[in-house]
Design a protein around this ligand. Structure first.
Ligand code: ATP
Ligand code: MG
Length: 445
């Protein structure tokens, strides 16, 4: 009796086998591709379970983003069962098994049970290679949070729970398996995962799991940029982007990832802008609408670019070259650390570069601008700027009317904007400034 009580207080690990149906999970909730992977691996004599986010999300009544499979088969043995699969990763080898149906490609990530023997670490405790294989029990111990260590067997329709994951699901609590301090040191990205999963799933972080984060935040500095970028994307596309960013900051985790956040949040307009942009993204995701990563990064880094852009214009530089210089400036600082891949970086820059062109409303220019491939994204960006007072609301309204207007109303709009435009036309400003510039050069100033 006393031993039972102590066990309860200490939450000793121990295998529990539960009827999945009792928890609302049925075989047909699992993606057919993941079922095929499990069935075929089991037929070949291996153990295979659906594990991780899919089981967790189904238990929380949410639809899973992807389906991961854990197996006793080594990556080579998995390759042998699925000829079209490929082994990826070096630090952590996994197998991607692709399936094709009318919706396109579905990739199932298959991982071999990890062993509990000591994986090699660097001098901060970070695991540098994790390819020692083991048993199911050992694998459960190597997973990050208790709610991510639930294994569903589609054949027996049972859930295996080694670390009180079900109890934590019911308590809506995120708890690290093992000693949190050690587990964060092994892989500092787990700190970002904690923040994201808590925000995304509406969970509280258990006090002992939360406690070491702030003091270990700097360990994110040892993580390769590409991996940080992937995590940043997951945070931004979690459906709770703003909440994630606020929690990151509360724990000091933004410093290695996105240090300019402190400056942005100190300026009410810049803060509002980012909040609005991220809430728009969350809203679009909730409505199952596509979101553009280029747009997200354009919003995230806009304050940095804009501050430099305005400073350069104040010294007399024309808006477009000033913007190009400001963009090049941040490339070396913020962008490098985030390692934004080119495909997103290019879209982000196009959105920025179209901003000064919204100011040019005379002649044929507006007609050419609406034809631009990136017009819609750039216009949405302009609207956000206008809503936060970063640009005149009238400008955004004008472009709204122009893009939806017929030929006649477009001409009227141009006529309405042109007199104002003439006074600030950069070409004319340049002509006016020239003589005085020459004069000062001649006087040797
Ligand atoms: P989602 O896919 O919804 O973002 P997930 O928990 O499934 O969440 P994945 O990156 O797909 O995240 O990982 C699958 C599983 O692998 C996790 O549920 C967890 O059990 C394990 N895992 C992932 N990353 C780590 C890590 N850094 N340390 C330990 N275990 C991890
Ligand atoms: Mg997953």
């Amino acid at each position: 009796m006393i031993r039972k009580l102590i066990g309860k207080v200490l939450r000793r690990p121990g295998k529990k086998i539960l009827h999945a149906k009792h928890y609302g999970i049925r075989r047909d909730h699992i993606h057919s591709a993941a079922l095929k992977v499990c069935d075929r691996l089991q037929d070949a004599g291996f153990e295979a379970y659906v594990v991780g986010g899919a089981v967790r999300d189904l238990l929380l009544g949410k639809s899973p983003k992807d389906f991961d499979v854990a197996t006793s088969a080594t990556p080579e043995q998995v390759r042998h069962v699925f000829h079209r699969s490929r082994i990826i990763g070096k630090r952590f080898r996994i197998v991607h098994v692709p399936f094709y149906d009318k919706h396109g490609e579905e990739v199932i990530e298959v991982t071999t049970f990890r062993g509990s023997s000591d994986a090699p670490t660097d001098d901060t405790g970070r695991i540098i290679r994790d390819n020692v294989y083991g048993t199911l029990e050992e694998d459960a111990l190597r997973r990050d949070f208790t709610i991510n260590a639930l294994y569903y067997d589609p054949t027996s329709e049972e859930i295996l729970d080694f670390h009180h994951g079900i109890e934590d699901i019911e308590a809506k609590r995120l708890t690290m398996i093992g000693d949190p301090d050690l587990r964060y040191r092994e892989d500092p990205v787990r700190m970002l995962r904690a923040i994201r999963l808590a925000a995304k799933l509406g969970l509280g972080i258990a006090p002992a799991t939360q406690k070491p984060i702030a003091s270990l935040a700097k360990l994110l500095g040892n993580i390769p940029s590409a991996r940080l970028f992937d995590e940043m994307m997951k945070l931004l596309l979690s459906g709770r982007a703003w909440d994630c960013l606020m929690s990151l900051r509360a724990e000091g985790l933004h410093r290695e990832l996105f240090p300019v956040l402190d400056i942005v949040l100190a300026r009410p307009q810049a803060k509002n802008f980012l909040k609005l942009a991220l809430e728009n993204t969350d809203q679009r995701l909730a409505e199952d609408k596509p979101v553009s990563a280029g747009f997200l990064f354009a919003a995230l880094l806009w304050h940095e670019v804009e501050a430099d852009w305005l400073a350069r214009q104040a010294t007399g530089q024309n808006p477009i070259p000033a913007l190009v210089d400001a963009m090049n400036g941040i490339e070396n600082t913020v962008e490098k650390r985030l390692a934004i891949p080119n495909r997103y970086g290019a879209a982000m820059k196009e959105i920025w570069l179209l901003q000064p062109r919204f100011e040019q409303r005379s002649g044929n220019r507006p007609f050419r601008l609406v034809e631009q491939q990136r017009f819609r994204a750039a216009y949405d960006f302009l609207v956000l700027r206008a809503e936060c007072g970063l640009v005149d609301k009238e400008l955004a309204q004008w472009w709204h009317e122009f893009q939806y207007g017929d030929e006649q109303s477009r001409s009227a709009l141009i006529a309405r904007a042109t007199p104002k435009q003439a006074a600030t036309d950069p070409a004319k400003r340049k002509r006016r400034r020239k003589p005085s510039a020459q004069k000062s050069a001649a006087s040797g100033e």
